[in-house]
Design a protein around this ligand. Sequence first.
Ligand code: URC
Length: 322
Amino acid sequence: MSELTYLSSARYGKDAVRVFRVVRDREGPAHTVVEYNVKVLLEGDIDVSYTKADNSVIVATDSMKNITYYLAKVSPHILIPERFAIHLGTHIVSKYAHIHKAFVDIEQLRWSRIVVGTDGKPHPHSFFRDGDDKRTVKVEIDGTAGKDKLQAHVSAGINGLLVLKSSGSSFTSFIRDEYTLLKEVDDRIFSTSVDLNYTFAPIHISPPKDEKKLDIVAPTLDQAQRGSVWDPTVFDRARTITLDVFAEDESASVQATLYKMADKIIAENADIQSVSYSLPNKHYIPVDMSYMGLDNLTPAKAEVFQPVAAPSGLITATVSRK
Ligand SMILES: O=c1[nH]c(=O)c2[nH]c(=O)[nH]c2[nH]1
């Protein structure tokens, strides 16, 4: 090896571990299901695996996949992705002395219960995919301050929630100069694919000393510590706020609507420190039919639109608690 280089950073693991879990209710016939795509990456004293071809420090990525499946079977937290990600990361950092950080990302696919018949009976074991958007969770378990005082950095959100409103959106008073073609509009279509990520205040975890108890490690968090990271309703409320504000805002711009959504999520969740959105502005352009003698361009008369795949605007921001 040359003298010119050193390993400035290294992280490795398993990506796209697909796992489906059915939980059978012991009391009744109802099943609950979850489907996750899991990514697990590790950092630690692993330099020699890169620099000296020394594999003795490697937890095989295949083993990371197997730990994911093991905990999917035994963890009491499998149904809540934030909790499961914390459990998985904590389990690995606690078990391997030389692994100091675990990064666990989970994407949850939607499976909603089928409601059968006109009387609307929830079916005990049948589900449908009621949207392509994904619930996302990112957890960093940091053991660098010692294995008995782990820190968890948790963020969560949504990827790819496709929305459209056919009115209640304007765009006026922007800069007009020699490059400006765009007309001001007091009514337009607003469509976007929402990516949302909200970040919780860090929490501390004291894993059990007994390795066998690592199966249930996450409950050792005391109530006060858990905060809303542990609250499974935060996600549903963040999704509802996103949809409600999008629907009801008289939007002056994507930027202004984004800020209102983020502000409301922070206002309604004491433990959320910051909220990021990434919102492509998916343009729908009224078709010019003037050559046919038809007015389809004045906003009130615009009925036929050409959805344009590219280019799109892309409006992003992070809004933080003061
Ligand atoms: O809501 C919008 N924000 C922009 O920054 C922008 N730019 C543009 O051409 N159309 C829009 N719409």
